[in-house]
Design a protein around this ligand. Structure first.
Ligand code: COA
Length: 313
């Protein structure tokens, strides 16, 4: 199918929403205790639609999401056929030390269920690859590949594996200092390594973990976001602790550090101590190597990045 690949903008929200909704065969509603029951799309609030799979599943939220992607330095494209967007892709640029380097991470790629297998997904992936080349990227990654065989068929290879760990937030004797972290764009940590919480890439995760990064649902008011510069043994990193709305009291950690800083046991203890002082009960660390800490326990979530080298170092 010969489609037009073009940048997506907020007026595409209704089509983009239809693309993502086509992937959901059974809609669900969750009650306050977290139990789900089958539901009809029309009966769901925007918040309940979001819980089914993110901001794309409600036209209003999708519009706001497309706006935020653009404001946060992201890029979105659609594949249009006969005036209708039938597929959508999103990606963010980041500048990180090796092994990712200057990186374009494809954070979403969806084709409307009725139009799969006709080349639209391949056309969007090719557009993202061409954009990565144009932007001088070293790598193109898909950090959460739901269709690994599709990406393998396009030359992406398995890359680093990231795993999720949880620690009780508790006081420690490690000395560290805390300073306020300003709420500014990604340029503040451009070039830094993302030691913890690289669910997508440093540019994308930085934007996501800023105030206002998540929708303003009444259900999420009061969810804590703790942002600080943390200095351990003379080395400084930006540390963000974001409370999980689904597990109140647990903080998801994001750590951005200049090249050469490693996530040592001291850093882990300092983060756990800071989390405890900030009122969290647990801290989750999504990292590329096992956490050697006596109280760390592994969570189920593991992901294998898929990547392609776009240009040499
Ligand atoms: C995966 C997806 C984006 C592919 O897009 P598409 O338009 O259906 O794919 P194309 O028509 O461009 O297919 C290109 C090739 O990939 C193959 N392919 C498509 N989907 C595949 C999949 N899930 N697994 C393996 N191969 C797949 C096709 O058979 C085709 O191979 P061929 O050219 O040798 O026949 C699309 O099927 C989709 O939206 N899936 C659901 C959402 C999803 O999983 N997205 C990935 C998020 S990381």
């Amino acid at each position: 199918m010969k489609s037009l690949i073009r940048p997506a903008s907020p007026p595409d929200a209704a089509d983009v929403c239809a693309v993502h909704c086509s992937d959901i065969s059974h809609w669900r509603a969750w009650d306050a205790s977290g139990d789900a029951r089958p539901a009809r799309y029309a009966d769901l609030t925007p918040y309940q639609r979001w819980l089914n799979g993110g901001p794309w599943l409600d036209p209003g939220l999708c519009r706001r999401h497309l706006q935020r992607v653009a404001e946060g330095g992201g890029h979105a494209w659609v594949a249009e056929y006969k005036g209708r967007a039938l597929a959508e892709a999103e990606a963010f640029l980041a500048d990180e030390p090796p092994p990712y380097g200057r990186n374009l991470n494809l954070s979403a790629l969806y084709v409307h269920r009725h139009f799969r297998g006709q080349g639209l997904g391949s056309a969007l992936l090719a557009a993202a690859l061409a954009f990565a080349q144009e932007q001088g990227c070293h790598t193109l990654t898909v950090s959460r590949p739901d269709a690994p065989a599709f990406y393998a068929a396009h030359g992406l290879r398995p890359g680093p594996r990231w795993g999720h760990w949880q620690l009780p937030a508790r006081r420690s004797r490690v000395r560290y200092t805390i300073d306020p972290l300003p709420d500014t764009g990604y340029s503040l940590v451009r070039g830094f390594a993302q030691l913890v919480g690289r669910f997508q890439n440093a540019g994308h995760d930085w934007e996501r973990a800023r105030p206002g990064g998540a929708p303003d649902f009444p259900e999420w008011r009061g969810v804590r976001l703790d942002r600080s510069w943390m200095t351990v043994r003379g080395q400084r990193a930006a540390v963000v602790l974001e409370e999980s709305p689904r597990a109140p009291g647990a903080a998801e950690a994001f750590v951005f550090a200049p090249p050469g800083v490693a996530l040592t046991g001291q850093w882990v203890s300092a983060i756990g101590d800071h989390a405890a002082r900030s009122g969290f009960t647990h801290v989750n660390l999504f990292v590329p190597a096992p956490i050697a800490h006596p109280h760390a326990r592994r969570l189920e979530d593991t992901q294998r990045v898929m990547w392609k080298v776009v240009s040499g170092w």
